[in-house]
Unconditional design. Sequence first.
Length: 110
Amino acid sequence: MSKRNWETIVRTTLVMTIALATFLYIRYSTEIEERERALEQHLASHYNISAGTYSIDGTLSLSGYVYDLTFEDEPDAAYTFHVKQATDGHHVKFEQAEGEQPARVQTFAP
């Protein structure tokens, strides 16, 4: 192959890789935000907890989308929730609490 063909192949591959990475990043960001809103709505409707009383950090793990909540009045404790896509919206499940004597475990435990 000539040098020009190789340059075209490399350029095309690079553009495709960048486009795919951009698409995946936008998809991931959208999913994180959508499920975060679902978690906020779940906490507000089921436990009467407003979004201003905690900070939230979402990540993608092997088991799906996981969110850690830290409440302003309990900065040494973290509560982990798993949010899955369901046919009727989203399914929110309390996973665990970490830290020194988390006070809300009974609130979230099934």
